[in-house]
Ligand binder design. Structure first.
Ligand code: ATR
Length: 283
């Protein structure tokens, strides 16, 4: 029931109608018996700052922020967490009563949590990791892996100059590798993470030498529509342990929920099953 005390949070994006975040958060709210609601806010492409400024003061407790507003979310904030700063983007904003806007980024936690669930034997500090891509998603992944203790992160991207630019801002443990050196990087990697948008909505597979990976290498794709991308399918056919983008989405949502509603989400809700069922109906 919506009351006069209902705490409001939501997700801002464009497009956002197919977002799974309202499904996850509202299932947790219902199970926890909390007086809260979580809605989607579709914004005009140039409308993020105006919208966020309008929420100053906390009538809406907080926002998750998705494509294409994660950089704008960082820019509008008065206080920024270390990981959001390093990621160059924010996926969580909270609106304080005094008018301040605070930015955080839980995508990296989501990434690590997804590995913890689907590849529990893997450790970030256990060896080099390959990140494919050099956009915003890749930047967040590299920042989180370095903070978690990865001794080396190889950044490989179709446009090599962008990989170099990303690695330069991340310190000496991030190293840009040209595509031609990918087999060498893959052979050393304890994990290969696809942070490109290839594979999204049935796009083709990446030209990535997965066959060069060690048997124990874990392969992850951040894309979750489809759940099993061509890249993950190929990894699974090679016998590699795989981690999917849906588990990462759930992993970033958990700490967001706690920020907005003041307690961790209840553990006994199978939000993955709910999300999968929802994906079926919105294909
Ligand atoms: P995001 O914010 O999701 O990271 P982005 O900033 O647009 O999105 O970055 C998309 C990334 O996916 C880029 O690294 C892009 O490579 P380029 O820098 O060469 O453009 C990568 N990408 C997209 N489609 C790809 C494909 N079919 N093959 C390889 N890389 C691809």
């Amino acid at each position: 029931m919506i009351t006069g005390r209902t705490v409001v949070a939501g997700v801002a994006g464009q497009p956002v109608a197919h977002s799974l975040s309202p499904v996850l958060h509202n299932a947790w709210l219902a199970a926890a018996g909390l007086d809260g609601v979580y809605v989607a806010f579709p914004l005009a492409r140039d409308g993020f700052e105006r919208f966020a400024r309008g929420l100053q003061g906390g009538a809406v407790r907080g926002l998750n922020v998705t494509v294409p507003f994660k950089e704008a979310a960082l820019a509008v904030a008065d206080g920024v967490s270390e990981i959001a700063q390093r990621s160059g983007a924010a996926n969580v904003l909270t609106f304080e009563a005094d008018g301040r806007i605070l930015a955080d980024n839980t995508d990296g936690l989501g990434l690590l949590q997804a590995f913890a669930v689907q590849a529990p034997a893997w450790e970030p500090a256990g060896g080099p990791v390959v990140v494919l891509g050099a956009g915003g998603a890749a930047r967040g992944a590299v920042a989180a892996l370095l903070l978690a203790g990865a001794p080396k992160v190889f950044v490989i991207n179709r446009t090599h100059a962008k990989a170099e630019a990303l690695a330069r801002t991340m310190g000496s443990r991030a190293v840009a590798m040209p595509m031609s050196d990918a087999p060498r990087a893959f052979a050393q990697a304890t994990a290969v993470i696809n942070a490109t948008s290839a594979g999204l909505s049935g796009e083709g597979d990446l030209d990535a030498p997965l066959g060069a990976t060690d048997d124990r290498c874990v392969v992850m794709d951040m894309v979750y529509r489809p759940l099993e991308t061509p890249f993950l399918k190929r990894a699974r056919a090679l016998g590699r342990t795989t981690v999917d983008g849906l588990e990462m989405l759930i992993g970033q949502a958990r700490p967001s929920f706690e920020t907005f509603f003041g307690e961790p989400p209840p553990a006994d809700v199978d939000v993955r099953a709910l999300a999968l069922a929802h994906m079926e109906t919105t294909r």
